[in-house]
Design a protein around this ligand. Structure first.
Ligand SMILES: Cc1ncc(COP(=O)(O)O)c(C=O)c1O
Ligand SMILES: N[C@@H](CCCC[NH3+])C(=O)O
Length: 416
């Protein structure tokens, strides 16, 4: 049996399970490796084993309940950005006491629910949020644990849409104003200041921006101490990149070592919010070639997955490897734009890819575990794909393909 090696994960390609998964659950279909997911989480956790820490997996990267449950069983915490993500974590058996709540626009009812279930920390991003949270906590007779998400004005050297730590970005509170707001927070009766939070962006492939941001956070921690505000933890966010093509991002151990250089023997507990680094290379998108189309300008492989299933190529011009599941040496190699059926020229999964393929062949779009299904939509009235977990020689359907009827559930015809 041939084996299809895939960036640390291992999917058997012949007969079991990718062909079998496609035959059984149809395509397009997301496939995740339990071993890869758990290995990535453990590598992150081990990297910080020398000091008190909590890995709070960023749910937005992939919020499938089965994956959240696997992570909860490893002892993971969770970084959420909405009450929807909170309910998913709870439904998956996650511990609310290990949940941190990020996000620039938390609504009243979201704060209320998070207070009711007793989350670990609110990462407050807007000054007015302090007052809102204080009032609701007072109404509920609770004390809300908070950190301020500070914006350190550091260039994460990543795609501009996913850089979050520059002063012109909407995120966080300018680090130079933070002391002021911490003093205001400390004076509010229903808040308990516990930490500092900082997240500078995503798909960051070198350690320097993380170190720069951490240095600024440590300087702030010192100023807070001097002002009599003791903090217990530093939440350093997520953002560690993965290899999509030829990037060489630091490993979790290298990343931790770089942070350790700055942290020295400071006493803080370290919270981290990785998403992509845990789940990105634990998943792929399976898709089948419907048509090969030769035009005077290009050769297209028209496949059954589209930008509604995997938005990253269209949105960020992101590169994700595309490989034929069964290498067929008898089929001549050609250069293809791999495109979906959606009515947009931006609907592509990859451009100028050398492949040996024919209609009916299966392709794997690699590194699709993060920001794949979680950013999918029903655009063009396309049902969202199934999700499957490969666990050794077993496969589990962990989310069914949407049915056509589900596409208009809750929608009403208004007659007359
Ligand atoms: C506040 C926050 N934490 C964590 C993450 C996870 O980022 P990543 O998937 O790059 O690790 C994000 C997304 O960038 C975020 O906005
Ligand atoms: N959706 C982005 C990452 C966004 C990070 C969210 N804070 C991506 O696919 O690369």
């Amino acid at each position: 049996m041939k084996v299809f090696h895939y960036q640390g994960a291992l999917f058997q390609a012949e007969n079991q399970p990718l062909n079998a998964v496609a035959a059984r659950y149809g395509t397009p279909c997301y496939v995740y490796s339990r071993a890869a997911l758990e290995n990535h989480w453990r590598a992150y956790d081990d990297a910080f084993a020398d000091r008190p820490h909590l890995i709070c997996y960023a749910v937005k990267a992939n919020s499938n309940l089965a994956l959240l449950n696997l992570l909860a069983r490893l002892g993971s915490g969770f970084d959420i950005v909405s009450v929807g993500e909170l309910e998913r974590v709870l439904a998956a058996g996650g511990d609310p006491g290990k949940v941190v709540f990020s996000g620039v626009g938390k609504r009243e009812e979201e704060l209320r629910r998070a207070l009711e279930v007793g989350i670990r920390c609110f990462n407050v991003e807007t000054p007015d949020e302090l007052n809102r949270l204080d009032r609701i906590a007072g109404e509920l007779g609770r004390k809300a644990p908070i950190s301020l998400r500070v914006n350190p004005d550091v260039d994460a050297q990543t795609h501009p849409y996913i850089s979050t730590g520059l002063r012109e970005n909407k995120f966080g509170i300018a680090i130079d104003d933070a002391l002021d707001f911490y003093q205001k927070a400390a004076a509010l009766p229903n808040l308990a200041v516990t930490g500092i939070d900082c997240h500078i962006g995503s798909q960051i492939t070198n350690t320097a921006p993380f170190q720069d941001a951490l240095q600024r956070v440590l300087n702030l921690a010192q100023r807070l101490e001097q002002a009599g505000i003791a903090i217990k933890h530093l939440d350093l966010g997520g953002g560690l990149g993965i290899r999509y093509r030829d990037e060489t991002p630091p490993t979790p151990a290298e990343y931790a070592a770089a942070l350790r250089e700055k942290l020295g023997d400071t006493p803080y507990e370290i919270l981290l919010e990785p998403g992509r680094a845990i789940v990105g290379n634990a998943g792929l998108l399976l898709t089948r070639v419907e048509y090969i189309k030769d035009t005077p300008a290009k050769r297209f492989a028209i496949v059954d997955a589209a930008m509604n299933d995997l938005l990253r190529p269209a949105l960020y011009n992101a590169w994700q490897d595309i490989v034929a599941v069964q290498q067929d040496d008898a089929t001549p190699e050609a250069v293809y734009d791999v495109v979906g059926p959606v009515c947009e020229t931006g609907d592509f999964l990859g451009k100028e890819r050398k492949l040996r393929i024919k209609p009916g062949d299966l392709l794997a779009v690699c590194s699709a575990g993060a920001y794949g299904f979680s950013m999918s939509s029903n655009y063009n009235s396309r049902p969202r794909p199934a999700e499957v977990l490969v666990d050794g020689d077993k496969t589990h359907l962990i989310r069914e393909r949407e049915t056509l009827a589900q596409l208009w559930q809750g929608e009403h015809l208004v007659l007359g």
